[in-house]
Design a binder for this molecule. Sequence first.
Ligand SMILES: Cc1ncc(COP(=O)(O)O)c(C=O)c1O
Length: 458
Amino acid sequence: MPYRTIIEPFRIHSVQEIALPGPEQREEALRRSGYNLFNLHADEVIIDLLTDSGTGAMSDAQWAAMMIGDESYAGSRSFYRLRDVVCDLTSMPEMIPTHQGRAAERILFAETVREGDVVPNNTHFDTTRANIEYQGAEAVDLVIAEGRDPAADHPFKGNVDIDRLVKVIEEAGVERVPLVMVTITNNSGGGQPVSMANLRAVREVCDRFGVPLFLDACRFAENAWFIKTREPGHADRTPREIAGEMFSLADGATFSAKKDGLANIGGFLAMHDAELAERCRNLLILTEGFPTYGGLAGRDLEAIARGLEEVLQEEYLRYRIRSTAYLADKAAAAGVPIVKPPGGHAVYLDAGSLLPHIPPSQYPAQALAVELYRDGGVRGVEIGSVMFGKPQPDGTEHPAAMELVRLAVPRRTYTQSHIDYVAEVIVAVAERAGTIGGYRIVESPPWLRHFSARFEPV
Ligand SMILES: Cc1ncc(COP(=O)(O)O)c(C=O)c1O
C-alpha cells in the first residue's frame, strides 16, 4: 500500500468498558496496595500495561473454536488438534499441555535439574529462575554485553554470549549442566530478540558438550519477525518457516500460550525425548491433570491451536511490532531514556538513567512505576532490583543489572489513542523526574517478592 500508517489488521467486534479513577482514588489505591501495583484492583487502573500475558483479545475464529472444544477427560479431540498444530510448528512429537508456562517449567526442572546444578540462559524470566532455584540449582544469565546496556543499539540484544556459555559449562563441569535454555524473545532483558545465527551457535555448543537445548518460546513469533526484518538472509522467508527453523534447533520448549498463543490461559511443554516426556506426564498428573488436558479445558486447547496459526500471519506481526515501536518512538522523541531498540511486546523505560538520584537500594524503577500510575492511572511493572535484587547475609542487597519499568502492550487490545495517552503520561512524569523519591520494602515473601511485597516511601 502507498500509505505509511500501519493499521490494526482487525476491527473491534466487542468492547469492554475501562474504569477512569480520579487522582484521589489513585492515591488511596496506592496507599492501600502498599505501593505495589500488583495489589491494585484492575478497576483502579486506566491503561493496564502490567503484562502482555493472557491480556490480549482473542479473534472471532478463536471464540468460535472454543464452541467446538471437546471436554472429554481423556483423549479429547481438542488435545489432538493442538498436538498436531504444535508438532507441525516445532517438529517435536511430544506435547504436554499445562495451565500456563510456569507449570511447564516446574515439571521440566523437577525432572531434569538437581541440587548444585547450573542452568544457563540468555536471561531467565522470574518464574524460570525461581523454579530452578527451588530445585537448589543456580540460574546463570549469559546475555551479550550489549543486552545489559539499555542504550546500546544492537539488532539482537537477546543473544547468548557464546564464549561465556562455553566457560560456564567448562567451569561447572558438563555433568552439572542438565540443559541450556534460551528465552525468545528475552523478556527480562528488554523483550529483545535472539538471532538465528546465535541460536545455531548455542546449538553447536550444546552438541559439543552433549547438553540438551530448550527454548523458553513464549514469544517465538515476535522473535521470528525480528529475524525476518533484521537478520540478513531471512527477508524472503515466512514467519512460519523461520519459527520452524528456530524450533528445529532445540530439543524441547516451554511455552506460555498467554503470549504468542494469543490465548488468555494455557501453556505446554514440548520435546523430542519420549522417555523424559513420559516422566513429565507422570508428574503432570499429580498437579495439572490428565495428559490430554493438563489443567486446561478442551475449549482452551482449541483457542491456543487457532492462536498459534493467527500469530504467524505477517499482517498481524507487522502491526504488532510497529505498535510497540510507536510508543517507544514517542517516549524517545521526548528524551525519555528507554531500552533501544524497543522490544517486541513492551517498551522498557530506563529508570536508572531517568532517576539517577535514587540508588538501587531504594528501587528507582518501582518509584517510576508508581508515578506513572499516580499521574495517569497507567500500570507497568518494575523489572529491576525489586524483582532481581539478591538479598545478602549482611542485610544489604546485590542490585539488578538494570533498573527498568516495563510497559507491556497486550495483543490486539488497545487502540492508537490509548497509546498516545500513555506517551503523554510518560512525558509528564519524566518532566518532574527530579522530584520523585525512592521506596523501602516493609513486607516481603520468600519467593517472587515483587508480586506481593509492600513498600513505603523513603
Ligand atoms: C519469558 C517468559 N517465560 C516464562 C513465563 C511464564 O509464563 P506464565 O506466566 O504463563 O506462567 C513468562 C511469563 O510472562 C515469560 O515472559
